[in-house]
Design a protein around this ligand. Structure first.
Ligand code: ASP
Length: 309
């Protein structure tokens, strides 16, 4: 079988810090965080590894980075705690795994993968998911590890204003995700988040829902979404992009734009990172910015935050 050229795209959330509030130092930190995630996935792909391993590694890198709203650095819910969602999917077998509303787990994306590979189910939630992680001896961290002063301030403002905030929008946050194609032609996608600041406890967003925030299918594409999750659930966004390609013959770009228009028409905002089965990459968004990066085989890594080309 002919070898495919590999490709990977990552995101650190839609709705970046407004340009006017971004300092040079902070921007450099975001860029290096995205680059590190891209490099961890790219290293796996260039060594002949799978897209599944690559997207998991890239997302773990971002989960461990306190700047992004996933794992460490997750936003606070209304109760002042962290509840995280994550999901992962492989495009060859359509196997998928997800966790919803988990606390204390260092890397929710690794737990989502374990659900996919070890349970025969697709999704586990809150205490049952945490118990499963303990059975697997996965790493747990105390509340202090997830705490970030920045998120805490953001939460206090949101509580005072009685608002539920998208990660980076009026204030700032940042779900993370990745989509990749490997040298064998297999696609995979992964997404992980702390959700929306001041969200109601037990609220589950698109990042935990296969088809909404995450989808991969070797016939079409791999997609990871970020934005106001309810709109991505209602449009079944990631799966819809795949369907527009498969059943209407749209390109990755046209299908992604069409779905983001659907999201916007309902009043939502956000973006996606998507890779198709031939290695095309598209990273559209309708928020002020989206932390994002991508790399194709033999080409330099690219990292962007705002609408610059
Ligand atoms: N989509 C995530 C959610 O609604 C939030 C984000 O992308 O920042 O939970």
């Amino acid at each position: 079988m002919a070898r495919e050229s590999f490709a990977i795209a990552v995101h650190g959330g839609a709705g970046a810090i407004p340009r006017t509030a971004m300092t040079g130092e902070l921007e450099a930190e975001y860029r290096s965080g995205l680059l590190a995630a891209l490099q961890s996935g790219h290293a796996i792909l260039s060594a002949g590894g799978s897209s599944l391993d690559a997207v998991e590694a890239a997302v773990i890198c971002l989960e461990n980075n306190i700047l992004f709203n996933a794992g460490r650095g997750s936003v606070f819910n209304h109760a002042g705690t962290h509840e995280m969602d994550a999901s992962i999917m492989r495009g060859d077998t359509l196997q998928a795994g997800a966790v919803a509303g988990v606390s204390g787990v260092q890397n929710p994306i690794a737990l989502a993968r374990a659900v996919m590979e070890k349970t025969g189910f697709v999704m586990l939630c809150d205490s049952g998911a945490e118990e499963f992680a303990r059975q697997l001896n996965m790493s747990f961290k105390p509340d202090t590890w997830f705490y970030s002063e920045f998120r805490h301030q953001q939460w206090k403002v949101a509580v005072a204003r009685e608002e539920t905030l998208l990660d980076h929008s009026k204030l700032e946050t940042g779900t993370v995700g990745a989509a990749a194609l490997d040298g064998k032609g297999n696609l995979a996608a992964a997404t992980s988040t702390g959700g929306l600041t001041n969200k109601r406890w037990s609220r589950i967003g698109d990042s935990a829902i296969i088809g909404a925030g995450t989808y991969a299918n070797n016939r079409t594409c791999a997609v990871s979404c970020t934005g106001y999750g309810e709109f991505f659930v209602r449009t079944v966004a990631a799966h819809e992009i795949s369907c527009l390609m498969e059943y209407k013959g749209l390109s990755l770009d046209s299908a992604s734009d069409a779905v983001l228009h659907q999201v916007a028409a309902l009043g939502g905002s956000g973006g996606v990172v998507a890779v198709d089965r031939t290695g095309n990459i598209f990273t559209p968004f309708n928020s002020e910015g989206m932390y994002r990066g991508w790399q194709r085989e033999g080409e330099p890594a690219q990292v962007r935050i705002y609408a610059e080309l």
